[in-house]
Design a protein around this ligand. Structure first.
Ligand code: HEM
Length: 412
């Protein structure tokens, strides 16, 4: 894919990053190139979506801000949706929007439940579930990959970990799908807000059950954990369950869809993977870079900070665009090329620094299971209809993916 034409300054002014439609309707690659080359600290004006905010687009600046939660806090919210609303109700209670000592304590509690050692036990189940889904779909030959395969893998895995009963999973998937993004452009902020509240209520009840009758699952870990001999507060327990069900499902699901979509767009890369010219682990990293499901995260400046010739004032919102950092030509050779053998590949898809994604290991296990199952059961894959795109200013990717596959000779 050739490098995009750099957008003009006038074109830059027409882009509203807060508007979900922008990310579905416009190709922003020329916009990001312009920002990276000559407007690395860009002031995005206020709009009907809320106040103005800074936009950082260079890999090196984004990494520095991710690392620096002394000067840039997550406690006022860490995505545009909450930052523009003036804060996050989970601030100081949910890991992603808590800083300092409490964040380290909460992260310590949650890491026990998410260590590679614990997750290694889950990997067999993930592999088996993924194989079954891919194999069943490929037998049909033509199907919506999103509905038949990816919709069932991350949600089952995170529900297994959390200890959510089978009977509740379809409801949670439905709520998850409207809590952060939507497949339906007609969905309102109120729909998303009520979906988020239903999820919180659900976990309030489940946590209470687990506190009374502990089981071997993450909700029990949170409901019974102590820090300095003090239990987590009910709100800490509920908000962190909430962040796990949302974090654990949608971004991984989207990256799975994007993986298959990329293989339909770049069949020679699919062939290279299938032949074993590139390893599965390297291909997973490239899928993560290529798809960048979480386009941005955000922070609020705690003090005045000068970056290049611009002064970010105390209280200003600063957004970090992973989708631009992952195409930064200073870091990645031929960033617009999907190359399953790419090495090195230090993408920022999982963020960086103290808030680095807690579920990165799990997401990688799931993507590895998917690519391995595809290599085993699929010979060729092509698009069989128009794709559906996620409608959001935070998540980007594909939500409907009709494909036609030819089975591998090894399906029996
Ligand atoms: C944090 C992306 C999968 C749970 C983050 C952050 C990013 C990210 C960029 C940093 C946020 C910030 O700095 O404000 C992704 C992507 C995923 C993924 C792209 C899939 C491809 C998962 C999974 C889980 C999860 C599977 C849970 C099982 C979390 C949690 C945090 C987090 C709890 C907050 C960590 C903290 O603040 O200390 N994720 N994530 N994520 N992620 Fe993920």
């Amino acid at each position: 894919m050739p490098a995009p034409v750099v957008a003009t300054v006038d074109e830059v002014a027409t882009v509203n990053l807060a508007d979900p439609a922008t990310h579905v309707e416009r190709d922003l690659s020329g916009y990001w190139r312009r920002l990276r080359t000559s407007m690395p600290v860009h002031w995005h004006p206020e709009s009907e979506f809320g106040r103005g905010f800074w936009v950082l687009s260079r890999y090196s600046d984004i990494i520095s801000v991710y690392r620096d939660n002394e000067r840039f806090t997550s406690e006022e919210g860490n995505v545009l949706a909450t930052l523009l609303q003036g804060g996050d109700t989970a601030s100081g209670k949910m890991l992603a929007v808590t800083d300092g000592r409490r964040q380290r304590d909460l992260r310590g509690v949650m890491l026990k439940a998410f260590s590679p050692r614990v997750l290694a036990r889950l990997a067999d189940k993930v592999n088996e579930n993924t194989e079954r889904r891919v194999r069943g779909a490929v037998e049909r030959g033509e199907f919506d990959f999103a509905a038949e395969v990816s919709e069932h893998i991350p949600i089952s895995t995170i529900c297994d970990l959390l200890g959510v009963p089978e009977s509740d999973r379809a409801t949670l998937l439905r709520l998850n799908k409207s809590a952060l993004s939507s497949d339906d452009p007609g969905e309102t902020f109120t729909d998303a807000w009520s979906a988020r509240n239903e999820i919180l209520l659900y976990f309030a009840e489940l946590a209470e059950e687990r506190r009374r009758e502990p089981k071997d699952d993450v909700v029990t870990v949170l409901a019974t954990a102590t820090v300095d001999d003090v239990r987590l507060s009910p709100q800490e327990i509920i908000f962190n369950c909430y962040s796990l069900i949302l974090g654990g499902d949608e971004s991984t699901r989207i990256s799975m869809n994007c993986a298959v979509h990329a293989f339909t767009e770049f069949p020679e890369q699919w062939r290279a993977l299938k032949r074993g010219d590139a390893g599965v682990k390297a291909a997973v990293e490239e899928v993560l870079r290529w798809s960048t499901p979480a386009m941005h995260f955000g922070r609020t400046a705690r003090q005045d900070v000068t970056l290049y010739d611009r002064v970010i004032k105390k209280g200003d919102l600063v957004t970090l665009w992973n989708s631009s950092a992952n195409r930064d030509e200073e870091i990645f050779a031929d960033p617009y090329v999907f190359d399953v053998g790419r090495s090195p590949n230090k993408h920022v898809t999982f963020g960086h620094g103290p808030h680095f994604c807690l579920g990165s290991y799990l997401a990688r296990v799931e993507l590895e299971a998917l690519l391995t199952a595809l290599i085993t059961f699929v010979d060729g894959v092509e698009l069989a209809g128009p794709v559906g795109r996620v409608h959001s200013n935070f998540l980007s990717g594909i939500s409907r993916l009709p494909v036609k596959t030819t089975p591998s000779r090894r399906t029996d």
